[in-house]
Ligand binder design. Structure first.
Ligand code: SAH
Length: 382
């Protein structure tokens, strides 16, 4: 039985209890399944287990959403699948192209809610920036998604589905590309679905993503970071630091108030890294708030002895965000100061700002509008 309820609670963070998917449809949704689960469904239908691999390939590697296009399955099996299973796929309902080549996709989900994903063509690799929640509960004061609040978690199928659809739309199925979990939402607040989505994306019969090609960005939820460090498949880790004192961090990220910077840094020191890997520390630069010479010194001191690199994110300004972006000179000064202290530092080039696709600018207006929002397609509806 596939769980239809988005669960998962973290202490101190509000999580609405919501149900997702087709409530009236008890058929298994194959888009939600890992290879072993798909095998169970297929063998329960009386079919040989190797058909599960064929279906998984069609679905994830080829992006097929209908059983009748799965031409190496017998007619009989396709008909059985059609009767007894569904495939739910997020639907692209708008696509915008930035002057710099970045593209923003709006997806409509099964319950009419919408999320955004971004394709960045040259970072220098091809990168898909994917959402893990509708909205976000973390309330970061400089982030538009944070202002939406959390509507609900995404399911594993919806997270992996963004990649499945974009890989097909952008014809990336036979190309190497990277994934960053930096769209809407806090991936570690939706831990189980996020990790399941990564297992689906990593499956050799699917897109076969390797951990090196995936970066998970987190505000730093400690219990979930500890869990992540026990996984066998661990993506690159990016931690949103954004401040060098507890006072400023608690102001910028209200949901971090239960946490001390020193504990976050300790958790990062414990995080398992492979031979050459490093943790990325993201640091949004806010004029006059966290961009002083003293901040740069404290930041270098905090990271001493850690295998770290710092990614500076000069604020992407937006109406309603009560901060401003420091001047380019100030950003440069901050970066130089870190570099002088031996910290590896880069400045994130802002991409897709003209289509509001840059960091912290993903926001979808309103919730599902009754009757007007299209439902996500299932295989039977096409
Ligand atoms: N919830 C995850 C992913 C957030 S998006 C996290 O907190 O890490 C990826 C990065 O963009 C985060 O570091 C986030 O803090 C940053 N960000 C959010 N709003 C921004 C803005 N307006 N300008 C620049 N960076 C922003």
């Amino acid at each position: 039985m596939i769980p239809r309820e988005a669960r998962l609670h973290q202490p101190g963070i509000k999580t609405p209890r919501v149900t997702v998917g087709h409530m009236d449809d008890e058929r298994p949704d194959l888009a939600e399944l890992e290879p072993s689960e798909l095998e169970s469904v297929v063998t329960a239908l009386g079919a040989d287990r190797f058909h599960a691999r064929q279906i998984f390939r069609w679905l994830h590697r080829r992006g097929r959403e209908r059983f009748d296009g799965m031409t190496d399955l017998s007619r009989h099996l396709r008909a059985r699948l059609d009767e007894t299973c569904t495939i739910t796929t997020p639907v692209v309902t708008s696509r915008e192209r930035s002057s710099d080549g970045t593209q923003k996709f709006l997806f409509t989900l099964g319950d009419g809610r919408t999320i955004e994903s971004v394709f960045i063509p040259d970072t220098p690799a091809l990168t898909l920036c994917v959402s893990t929640q509708v909205g976000c509960a973390m309330q970061c004061g400089f982030c538009l998604t944070g202002q939406m609040g959390l509507a609900r978690h995404l399911t594993a199928g919806e997270i992996a589905g963004q990649v499945r659809v974009l890989a097909r739309e952008l014809e990336l199925q036979d190309t190497r590309f990277n994934i960053v979990l930096m769209g809407m939402g806090e991936p570690l607040h939706n831990y189980d679905a996020t990790m399941k989505a990564l297992r689906i994306l990593a499956a050799p019969d699917g897109l076969a993503l390797t951990p090196k090609r995936v970066t998970l960005s987190t505000v730093g939820l400690l219990p979930a970071m500890a869990r992540l460090s026990e996984e066998t498949w661990i993506p690159n880790l990016a931690v949103s630091l954004h401040a060098t004192t507890d006072r400023i961090r608690h102001e910028l990220i209200p949901t971090s108030r239960q946490q001390r910077l020193s504990d976050l840094i300790t958790a990062c020191r414990r995080f398992p890294l492979k031979h050459r890997d490093r943790i990325t520390f993201e640091y949004v630069l806010l004029d006059g708030i966290n961009d002083t010479a003293a901040d740069a010194r404290r930041l270098a001191r905090l990271l001493r002895g850690l295998r770290a690199k710092v990614n500076l994110l000069p604020l992407n300004e937006a109406p309603g965000i009560p901060f401003s972006r420091p001047s380019d000179e100030q950003v440069e000064r901050f970066a130089r100061s870190l570099a002088r202290s031996g910290v590896t530092v880069s400045v994130r080039k802002s991409r897709g700002r003209d289509i509001r696709a840059a960091c912290g600018q993903l926001i979808v207006d309103g919730g599902p509008r009754a009757g007007s929002a299209p439902r996500a397609r299932s295989a039977q509806e096409q």
